[in-house]
Design a protein around this ligand. Structure first.
Ligand code: ADP
Ligand code: MG
Length: 608
């Protein structure tokens, strides 16, 4: 039966196989999706279609127009350590970085029913392989289009423990959609089509990166993307960052790629945040889609194969390169002053030189040669990069007060007969200090308001007394795919807060809002709420309302920097009747505390 056409798969030599850490390839439906789609890309596909059912637990179906496989290759493709991508131990460098371990299909076949249909372009017909765990595979001729289609059905049906370990459909679906979005952002030249059950989630045609970002993250980002294009001797950084107003309360808008493969790195993300330090609130995270292009033979990288966490040998160098790239881009849009840019450059005095066989780090300013090890140690001691732009002192003092003072026993405040008799001082846009007898009570305006809204919403829900404010003119908010799926899947909980809304292909249309939404802030609140929602990690359905409600409170509360008037402040003081001090925000941060005068003094005048 064997066709005598270019067979390209070989079995990895044992010694290489043994060098490869035996990791678990398939953890959840998302890992299957990732492996299959990456295979399609490796096969040179220009069009990839992904369809999932039951969040990938029922079916994962990937169709590509790539090279296809010969009959013999098809047969080998599902064998462990069968790969067309690694031929020598030199290639292990690549394995270490991103992994062509030749075990994805074999692993998938051991935990699901798999069917593969494939045809090479120059062959008269294709082949169909059927595989079931513990059974012999069968291969038959089949008529099919050029390329490969893989069906993965009933994942983990034969491993109940693994199946049980999977999370809710909403969460598993979100893992999948996050992954396909990341891959689609990394490969704008490829068309991706994604279906959930029979619903088209997206169909993005080949384009440049900017258009791809807009297609996936929404039209609203279009006018607010700033191009990043930076190069030094060792790496280049290209992509887009968002203007400050695109920032979100979560990490959902952050995409790092290393040579077009998605990676995660807290330290590199921090490098980007630090550039926005003066432009954003502490909890806001800027949007970015950045690819780091490096030559693996010049820069040492370790990637955790499943988690995609990267560790650069010379982390600080990459950190500072990203910082320079982002500051340069912000500076070109007049968002930050020239001085920040110069300081950043001065803060990166190291450059790498190579004498052919080995590389050294050289301090450009002192001319001193530092060994890589030495340099890394220094970097770690000073890894925050915070010295580069000024930090805000008031912010630190505030955090100190709320974070460290021991608030002692819970206390109930004693109110004067007349609310007007309460004396307070307002630190504009931030916190209120009010005097209740012997206590000075310090209120963080945003956190406390969140607590108030939260408690009201839960009470209303319990009593069924949800108050909806009908809108004369419905508000339409454009939503991303993730947001759409979250809104759909948690509709009833959202409605129990007092929202009324419909969803169409790209928008959520709100016709009613809870009465705690501030007038004139409807649209802003909705946007924040939806952004918050898309970050919820929904493990247990019983948690759903709490998480949604917390997101809502965050979105609806007054922000720091917003000045309250006397009436609003007294309203807040009056709400204190219902609480014991300290009060915590729904996210568990201290929001109202009491301080004695002595504690105030110690904190502000006594400590360093
Ligand atoms: P790896 O990708 O690490 O080589 P896999 O188990 O994922 O290992 O795939 C095994 C082999 O099957 C690949 O090396 C490739 O030759 C072939 N293959 C898998 N998927 C496709 C596809 N969509 N199109 C063409 N060939 C494929
Ligand atoms: Mg693979």
């Amino acid at each position: 039966m064997s066709e005598n056409t270019e067979n390209i798969i070989r079995i990895l030599p044992d010694f290489i196989a043994n060098q490869i850490a035996a990791g678990e390839v398939v953890q959840r439906p998302e890992s299957v999706v990732k492996e299959l789609v990456e295979n399609s890309l490796d096969a040179g596909a220009k069009v990839i279609i992904l369809a999932v059912k039951n969040a990938g637990k029922g079916l994962i179906h990937v169709i590509d127009d790539g090279s296809g496989m010969s009959r013999d290759d098809l047969e080998l493709s599902v064998k462990r350590h069968a790969t067309s991508k690694v031929f020598s131990s030199d290639d292990l460098e690549e394995i270490k970085t991103f992994g062509f371990r030749g075990e994805a299909l074999a692993s998938v076949c051991s935990v699901a029913n798999v069917e593969i249909r494939t045809k090479k372009h120059n062959e008269p017909h294709g082949w169909q392989l059927s595989a079931e765990p513990m059974k012999d595979i069968s291969i038959e001729p089949a008529s099919c289009d050029k390329g490969t289609q893989i069906f993965v059905r009933n994942l983990f049906y034969n491993v109940p423990a693994r199946r049980k370990f999977l999370k809710s459909n909403l969460t598993e679906f979100r893992y999948i959609s996050d992954t396909i979005i990341k891959i689609a952002l990394a490969k704008p030249e490829v068309r991706f089509t994604f279906y959930d059950e029979d619903t088209l989630i997206f169909d993005v045609r080949p384009s440049d990166l900017k258009e791809r970002i807009v297609n996936l993250l929404g039209q609203s980002v279009k006018e607010a993307l700033i191009e990043v294009d930076y190069q030094n001797d060792f790496l280049n950084i290209k992509g887009y960052i968002g203007e400050p107003h695109l920032a979100r309360q979560s990490r959902t808008g952050q995409f790092f790629f290393l040579n077009s493969r998605s990676i995660i790195s807290n330290s590199l993300a921090h490098s980007v945040y630090s550039c926005y330090e003066e432009l954003l609130d502490k909890n806001q995270k800027p949007l970015f889609v950045l690819n780091i292009g490096i030559d693996y033979s010049k820069v040492d990288v370790n990637v955790h194969p499943q988690k995609n966490e990267v560790k650069f040998d010379d982390e600080r160098f990459v950190y500072n390169s990203i910082k320079s790239a982002v500051l340069k881009a912000l500076n070109s849009h007049q968002l930050i002053p020239d001085i920040s840019l110069e300081l950043a450059q001065a803060a990166n005095p190291f450059t790498k030189v190579s004498d052919g066989s080995s590389q050294f780090l050289v301090n450009k300013i002192t001319g001193e040669v530092v060994s890589s090890f030495q340099a890394n140690r220094d970097f770690q001691n000073d890894s925050s990069g915070r010295n580069i732009t000024q930090t805000s002192y008031s912010r630190n003092a505030f955090d100190d007060i709320f974070g460290k003072i021991n608030t002692g026993q819970d206390i109930q405040l004693i109110f004067p007969e007349n609310l007007k008799d309460i004396k307070y001082h307002y630190f504009s846009g931030r916190f209120i200090v009010a005097v209740f007898g012997e206590y000075n009570v310090v209120i963080d305006q945003s956190g406390f308001q969140q607590r108030i809204i939260y408690d009201r919403a839960s009470k209303n829900r319990k009593t069924g007394a949800v108050s909806v404010q009908d809108l004369l003119f419905p508000v339409t908010i454009e939503i991303s795919l993730n947001q759409k799926s979250v809104l759909e899947k948690s509709k009833s909980d959202i409605e129990s807060l007092g929202f009324k809304f419909e969803i169409d292909s790209e928008n959520a249309i709100f016709s009613g809002l809870p009465d705690t939404v501030r007038q004139g802030k409807e649209e802003e609140t909705l946007r924040r709420f939806i952004n918050e929602l898309s970050t919820i990690e929904l493990e247990h359905v019983s948690d759903l309302f709490d998480k949604i409600c917390t997101s809502y409170c965050e979105a609806a509360s007054i922000k720091n920097g917003f000045d309250l008037n006397d009436h609003e402040i007294r309203d807040m003081l009056s709400s204190l009747r219902n609480y014991k001090i300290p009060v915590y925000s729904p996210r568990g941060k201290k929001s109202v505390i009491k301080l004695t005068s002595q504690e105030f003094y110690n904190k502000l005048f006594f400590s360093s």
